[in-house]
Design a protein around this ligand. Structure first.
Ligand SMILES: Cc1cc2nc3c(=O)[nH]c(=O)nc-3n(C[C@H](O)[C@H](O)[C@H](O)COP(=O)(O)OP(=O)(O)OC[C@H]3O[C@@H](n4cnc5c(N)ncnc54)[C@H](O)[C@@H]3O)c2cc1C
Ligand code: SF4
Length: 330
């Protein structure tokens, strides 16, 4: 690990100025991903700008009935917040499905959104990797890829985004607010993560040195009946091999409103818009749910060893939507 400077930011503008002055510096939040990447040599910052003490640690209701979530709110605190549990249960469930209690106590909202992929080649400096070293190649395509992408990948990278929380935020139309030297700005989460294309090393549309300050959730009455279901290779403390965030409002047997996003299938949380279109106004039954999943997964391009994900996501979609529809009918 190479030497680096460490500095606590006094305020938001001070934090932004420090990164503006030194493009090789990085913000440090919980450190649960960044420090690991520094130990393996993937990240080699000159300076860490600690943002944990900034006043960005509050969860507040907004006048429109939404929620404003500070970037340094820990995953633990957010998961147990009464408004999150009541109004956006899929978000609380997604957070609790991630990592371990100790990690969630450290991990923050901003850091969770920007955590890097868990592709084994990415963290192995002895191997090529287009994401780490542009133009060096992608050994995962012909190598170990059983937990890689089936949607939206390219011949340059097939890695998946590892966050559980971000999948729920995608379904909830979250907006990510940030600050740069030019002032405050915001991106809908659907625009935050860039398509892979030929540039897998460019992961987000955030300007260089942007500090995420908070995430806002618009009001979403449909989310009161919602669920996050994660499938993993062991019962705890493991990343998803497939996950779904779903919210469903059924009236008189018909889908009145629906939100659907998939995790661990693409380089970003995958909003299942094709499925949502099939579901809107349709009969809330297993046949429709399967047709919706098929519509979404028609775009899947599995590799040799991850075709199982297409079946997994189809089954997850039908199972979770059926559960939500049944609860609505009680
Ligand atoms: C063993 C293990 C298991 C895990 N399992 C899961 C899992 O199942 N599901 C899951 O979703 N996650 C999992 N994680 C990942 C964990 O959730 C992330 O490491 C964590 O959320 C990152 O948050 P952090 O605050 O520690 O970020 P850091 O490590 O401090 O930072 C991560 C990145 O975000 C940047 N950053 C941080 N805050 C800001 C900000 N406000 N503005 C701009 N940039 C910022 C940093 O510069 C860095 O590039 C696991 C991690 C470990 C180590
Ligand atoms: S899938 Fe992406 S992260 Fe993994 S080796 Fe290929 S380029 Fe690198």
């Amino acid at each position: 690990m190479r030497e680096f400077a460490y500095q606590k930011a006094a305020d938001v503008s001070g934090a932004v100025a420090l990164l503006d002055a030194d493009p090789e510096a990085r913000f440090l939040a919980g450190g649960t991903n960044l420090v690991d990447l520094m130990k393996s040599g993937v990240e080699r910052p000159t300076r860490l700008v600690d943002v944990r003490q900034l006043p960005l640690d509050r969860v507040e209701s907004t006048p429109d009935g939404g929620l404003r979530i500070g970037a340094t709110v820990t995953n633990s605190d957010l998961a147990v917040h009464p408004d999150v549990r009541r109004r956006y249960p899929m978000l609380a469930q997604a957070l609790l499905a991630g990592a371990s209690g100790q990690l969630r106590n450290m991990a923050t909202v901003g850091g969770n959104l920007l955590q890097r992929t868990r592709c084994g080649y990415f963290t192995d400096l002895t191997k090529p990797c287009n994401k780490r070293t542009p133009g060096s190649g992608c050994p995962a395509i012909r190598g170990e890829h059983h937990n890689h992408a089936v949607l939206g990948a390219s011949s340059h990278c097939v890695a998946v985004h590892p966050s559980d929380m971000a999948v729920a935020l995608a379904a909830l139309d979250a907006v990510v607010h940030f600050e740069t030297a030019d002032g405050p700005d915001a991106l809908p989460i659907g625009w935050l993560y860039l398509p892979v294309d030929e540039t897998p090393h460019r992961e987000t549309a955030l300007p260089p040195g942007a500090l995420i300050t908070h995430v806002s959730l618009p009001p979403a009455p449909v989310a009161a009946r919602s669920r996050y279901r994660k499938v993993r290779e062991r019962a705890s403390y493991a990343f998803a091999i497939g996950s779904i965030a779903a919210a469903l409002d059924v009236r008189d047997g018909v889908v009145h409103d629906v939100r659907l996003a998939y995790g661990a299938v693409a380089s970003r949380p995958w909003r299942a818009q094709a499925a949502e279109r099939v579901l809107a106004g349709a009969s809330a039954d297993a046949e429709t749910f399967a047709a919706a999943a098929d519509a979404e997964l028609a775009a899947a391009r599995p590799l040799a060893h991850n075709e199982y994900k297409v079946t997994l996501m189809r089954n997850l979609t039908v199972a979770v939507l059926s559960e939500l529809a049944e609860e609505a009918g009680r």
